[in-house]
Design a protein around this ligand. Structure first.
Ligand SMILES: Nc1ncnc2c1ncn2[C@@H]1O[C@H](COP(=O)(O)OP(=O)(O)OP(=O)(O)O)[C@@H](O)[C@H]1O
Ligand SMILES: [Mg+2]
Length: 448
């Protein structure tokens, strides 16, 4: 059990709150039948938990009504009081008002590879999603609430993670700066018909990948398994693909709604794409039931920025998003994480044709440079250990690099691993100092 530190102030407060709570129940002719009080840490907060002995209560209902919780909170001078009734009845009382989320948090440069960072919680902890287990994403928000910046932060991370992207941007305000970017698998769609073309292209890619998967006796069930098998045979891994549809509702409506061509195509991509590492994100100012219908089950995470009404927030599983104030763009409610301040990115960091470096850390950068200089790009566990790495870390790094296609076994050279032209190109100084700074790293020596 981890011990927790509680300040004197919190102790005294907890004591007086527990007395006030008992008095508040008595005043309402309810039993102050508490069996335990304790303080814990929860999501960065330090609530007092008051456990009722349900055996001594009689009818439980008066103890769990929303009205009572409200009255208790008022009696406690406005401290938030919640009910936890998974097992027994507990009141969870926050000993301080809810902390506020910061108004702006810049996307960190050191998001771990294979992860997607979407923002920070009250506790200051980042919310990280894993591409490997992620379903698709639905994003809802009124105009000016922060959707486009959020989508840019996703695409920026996808590019850093060497994914390919397919983008639809009817207003041409969200992704214009990415036109011609090497990670685009197709030109940016600017009409509903072109957007449909992107989804069809993604489905065709599912078909192609299905054949590739079938050709392997091990029958991989997901992209990471397929890629692990491929690199073992010295073959190139397949990149993940992120499909982003901004203004998705208008695209869907223009193409016949949920039952139209786009609705059908999205539903297909929804259930097929994930196995093959193809994820989609669709964003809109509103979703009708009809529009959300065909993809609802395929969406793992829904995120609501400020929305116009409670019904819309509720439909997305993001209750209270209608209360987000207009002057808090970027603040959102996730169906899985509650309130989040999503990350801010400068549009210029996605700048024209700029190649974004994947996030190599300083150590990896050093090892890469050293291999280029001293071993003609050859890397092995003994070499890395010789350079001061622990064996386990060396093994892990090589496996990770292999999966990314950054090193490859060369059967001509006794299966030793060599840095591939892919990594060499990524690290090439041709991409300019700006991209190194972009990834928060110092320029390294060029690869040959
Ligand atoms: N995460 C954020 N942190 C801080 N400020 C933000 C954030 N996201 C957006 N903003 C601010 O809000 C403004 C509007 O954001 P954005 O363009 O993303 O809105 P939108 O939801 O796409 O609107 P529309 O539906 O009209 O396209 C931005 O220009 C920026 O100033
Ligand atoms: Mg927008």
């Amino acid at each position: 059990m981890t011990s927790i530190t509680i300040s004197h102030r919190e102790m005294r407060l907890a004591e007086s709150v527990s007395k006030q709570l008992a008095n508040a129940l008595v005043r309402r002719k309810l039993q102050p039948a508490f069996s335990d009080f304790y303080i814990t840490h929860l999501a960065g907060l330090t609530p007092l938990i008051a456990v009722l002995d349900t055996a001594r209560l009689g009818d439980h209902n008066p103890y769990t009504s929303q009205d009572l919780l409200h009255q208790l909170s008022t009696d406690l001078g406005g401290l938030p009081v919640y009910l936890s009734n998974h097992s027994g009845i507990r009141y969870v009382i926050l000993l301080s008002p809810l902390p506020k989320l910061p108004r702006r948090v810049d996307l960190p440069l050191d998001v771990p590879r294979g992860k997607l960072a979407i923002g920070v919680r009250f506790s200051g902890q980042p919310v990280l999603l894993d591409w490997d287990t992620m379903l698709h994403l639905a994003v809802l928000g009124a105009t000016g609430s922060g959707k486009s910046i959020f989508l840019q932060s996703l695409v920026l991370q996808a590019i850093r993670d060497e994914m390919q992207v397919l983008l639809s941007d009817i207003d041409q305000t969200t992704f214009g700066m990415l036109e011609g970017h090497p990670n685009l698998a197709a030109p940016i769609a600017s009409t509903p018909q072109e957007a449909l073309g992107l989804i069809e292209q993604a489905i065709a890619e599912c078909d192609r990948r299905a054949e590739l998967f079938k050709a392997i006796p091990e029958r991989p069930q997901k992209l990471s398994e397929y890629n692990a098998l491929m690199v073992k045979q010295g073959q190139e891994p397949l990149p993940r693909i992120l499909v982003v549809l901004d203004e998705a509702s208008s695209v869907l409506t223009a193409l016949g709604g949920a039952k139209g061509a786009m609705g059908q195509a999205l539903a297909t991509l929804g259930w097929r794409g994930r196995k093959f590492g193809i994820h989609f994100v669709f964003a809109a100012q509103e979703f009708t039931k009809d529009i959300l219908g065909p993809v609802r089950d395929q969406v793992g995470l829904t995120l609501c920025f400020r929305v116009r009404n409670a019904q819309m927030a509720e439909r997305m599983g993001c209750k209270r998003a209608e209360h987000i104030p207009e002057n808090r763009p970027g603040l959102a409610i996730s169906n899985r994480h509650g309130p989040i301040q999503t990350y801010f990115v400068e549009a210029s960091s996605l700048g024209q044709g700029q190649k974004l470096l994947p996030s190599l850390n300083d150590l990896e950068l050093t090892l890469f440079t050293r291999a280029q200089r001293e071993t003609s790009g050859r890397l092995s566990i003994p070499i890395l250990v010789g350079w001061g790495q622990r064996e386990r870390a060396a093994r892990q790094m090589l496996a990770d690099w292999e999966l990314r296609g950054w090193v490859l076994r060369d059967p001509q050279r006794d299966n030793a691993r060599y840095i591939t032209s892919k990594l060499a190109e990524i690290m090439s100084p041709l991409h300019g100092d700006a991209s190194y700074r972009q990834a928060g790293q110092a320029p390294s020596n060029p690869a040959r």
